[in-house]
Ligand binder design. Structure first.
Ligand code: C6P
Length: 415
């Protein structure tokens, strides 16, 4: 298969050359079709080489040594932080906290801001389409503190039922925690408008940007997010690094998360005082090479162009929905292409989602099957599992054709 360049916005053939793994054959003559970027993205040479170079030339701990190597490492680490801040339109690098992943970023807000500011009876609004990472921490807080949780329902066509959201806002929640883009339905929620309404009702807004930040232009100030959580590994960067954006005013008043080195200003035997933000929330030695890799990933994405990436994925998802509609017994969940990103979760009459994924795998097509860490959403549709194909800037229409051919094969096998 020749990788296609037929994208309205991207030179995909050239981009693909930057991802060594995409050249793999899963068995002789069967090239990999990687359709699981929602779980984790592949990594371009720019990222692999930036981390390699760091270890070969600059490796030292940061914020500690006064020698040149340590200063180089610190400068590169902080330059990556500044790059993340600019990428999402934060007012300053100090508003960017490095964690391990989106999950830890959300847990940090729960353990610090929410522990300090919420009391029994306070309301938190979530939605039925949240990933477990944006449900379970709040359930833990509910069990510990007696806060209440309410969920904005999802319609049959995969959209938030906004009149119910507006009604729930009348109960003046303290926090609205909402996913920007669903990892199952692909739905892109109208978060800017939802934030405006939430603020008018006196709530703080946390946005789970795990699926939006990698795939479209996200500006925290336009979004109105007080907190934004996302993961490096879903945006061409390495694993082990998550990001929490928080507004300075909120971060400064929050108690620290973990205790230890780097997060303190001064320690005595029986007390400590905290460092400035963002260091107050970054205890211990961080994943230094990974942060530098994330900086390189952002450079790579910016060079491709976030609007171009989004347009490419919308083209792919429109094509996918169209092509899958030709296959008998396939049902795809989620809204129309214009309202979603590059995610297609589906079920087949002929076979269980896990069997579908296995048959696809035999043809080199890598998709995920299961509940995708969104069990309540699957229950909403009366499902235990779906098969999910998801796209990124390196995918092509030819790969969608390979997906559809393999899906057709499932029907042939079970007919
Ligand atoms: N979704 C998926 O296959 P972590 O694992 O912490 O980097 O990201 C968690 C997370 C939070 N929110 C959303 C919307 C997500 O999609 C994810 C990760 C992956 O769908 C792994 S379960």
């Amino acid at each position: 298969m020749t990788p296609a360049t037929r994208s309205p916005t991207l030179d995909v053939a050239r981009l693909r050359e930057q991802f060594p793994v995409l050249a793999r054959e899963m068995k002789p003559g069967v090239p990999l079709v990687y359709l699981d970027s929602t779980a984790t993205s592949q990594k371009p040479l720019a990222v692999i080489e930036a981390m390699d170079l760091f270890y070969r030339r600059h490796n030292a701990n940061i914020h500690r040594g006064v020698y040149q190597l340590a200063e180089e490492a610190t400068a590169q680490f902080e330059a990556a932080r500044a790059r993340v801040a600019a990428f999402i339109g934060a007012a300053e690098p100090a508003e960017i906290i490095f964690t391990r992943n989106t999950t830890e970023s959300i847990n940090l807000v729960m353990r610090t801001w929410a522990q300090a500011n919420l009391a029994a009876g306070d309301l938190i609004l979530l939605t039925e389409m949240e990933h477990h990472s944006n449900i379970v921490p709040w359930q833990m807080l509910a069990a510990e503190k007696g806060v209440q949780l309410e969920f904005v329902p999802v319609s049959d066509d995969g959209l938030l039922v906004l009149p119910v959201y507006e009604k729930l806002l009348e109960r003046r929640p303290k926090l609205v925690a909402v996913g920007h883009m669903s990892n199952v339905l692909g739905t892109i929620n109208p978060v800017a408008e939802m934030s405006r309404q939430a603020h008018a009702a006196g709530a703080v807004v946390l946005v789970d940007g795990a699926q939006s930040v990698p795939h479209m232009k996200v500006n925290v100030r336009e979004l109105g997010a007080d907190f934004l959580a996302f993961s490096s590994h879903k945006m061409c960067g390495p694993t082990g690094i998550g990001i929490l954006y928080g507004r300075r005013e909120l971060l400064e008043k929050m108690p620290p998360f973990l205790g230890g080195g780097d997060m303190i200003r001064r320690v005595r035997l029986h007390e400590f005082s905290t460092n400035e933000i963002p260091h107050k929330f970054e205890a211990g030695t961080p994943a230094i090479a990974e942060v530098i890799g994330l900086g390189a990933a952002i450079g790579f994405l910016e060079a491709a162009g976030m609007d171009a990436i989004h347009a490419h994925e919308q083209d792919l998802i429109a094509y996918t929905l169209d092509r899958l509609s030709e296959v008998p017994g396939v049902r795809v969940y989620g809204p129309a292409p214009a309202l979603r990103g590059g995610v297609a979760s589906f079920v087949m009459q002929a076979a269980h989602p896990h069997d579908v994924a296995q048959i696809l795998d035999a043809d080199g097509v890598a998709v995920r099957a299961g509940h995708h860490c969104a069990m309540p959403l699957h229950e909403r549709y009366g499902l235990m599992a779906t098969t999910r194909a998801s796209f990124y800037l390196y995918n092509t229409r030819e790969e969608v054709d390979r997906l559809v051919a393999a899906v057709q094969k499932v029907n042939d096998i079970f007919a």
